[in-house]
Design a protein around this ligand. Structure first.
Ligand code: ATP
Ligand code: MG
Length: 183
């Protein structure tokens, strides 16, 4: 599956609705310090089901909601949506009849997150598995945060194995096996 579009509203510094079209061949996003480049990557991480506020550089998950500036009041809702191209039909069973999938995550202050795929409410886990099957995800080694290169170089072999397993597309299978064993 390929990312085609990302929509953000009230997410971190993206207070007003913003839409970004991800064209094939996009290699970089440039801009001055503090303009929101890392926030964009975090939005992608977040919509894929990140559960750790720390990974989002916050103290709690509410911190992803626009917190206000001297001339704009804080918001109570943040929403991020990504449009995925599923023309290669790589989405898991249950989602694979769609040529395009729009995955959204919405958080309301103090009320937690809700996820939808093409408008239908799903569990966080469904979204996490969907991206795991597409060889990516919030914890994907393909998403390297500022300052994380060192930790990958110094990782234990077992942690580094995750990189290979993701490339092989078997992370979702591991996760499902674990769930089956718990039952
Ligand atoms: P650099 O080049 O320094 O890495 P960057 O383009 O990656 O910068 P970001 O870290 O994405 O910048 O954006 C930082 C900006 O986002 C800061 O100005 C910060 O105040 C703002 N910001 C982060 N969270 C929120 C929030 N919840 N509400 C409002 N603004 C926020
Ligand atoms: Mg940055």
């Amino acid at each position: 599956m390929q990312f085609r579009k990302i929509r953000l509203t009230g997410f971190k510094s993206f207070v007003d609705p913003t839409e970004l079209i991800i064209e094939p061949g996009l290699t970089g996003i440039v801009g001055p310090n503090g303009c929101g480049k890392s926030n964009l990557v975090e939005a992608i991480r977040w919509v894929m089901g990140e559960t750790s506020a720390k990974q989002m550089r916050g103290g709690e998950m509410n911190d992803v909601i626009f917190g206000g500036t001297s001339n704009k009041p804080a918001r109570n809702i943040a929403e991020v949506g990504v449009l995925m191209d599923n023309s290669a039909r790589r989405a898991p069973v249950g989602f694979n009849e769609h040529l395009e999938l729009e995955i959204t995550r919405r958080i309301e202050r103090d009320k937690g997150s809700a996820y939808r795929v093409n408008g239908k409410e799903v569990r966080a886990r469904d979204v996490q598995l969907l991206f795991a099957d597409a060889s990516t995800g919030a914890r994907s080694p393909g998403l390297v945060s500022q300052g994380r290169i060192g930790s990958i170089i110094n990782a234990k072999p077992s942690d580094r194995r995750m990189l290979l397993e993701e490339a092989a597309g078997i992370i979702g299978l591991h996760s499902r096996r674990h769930e089956a064993e718990l039952r």
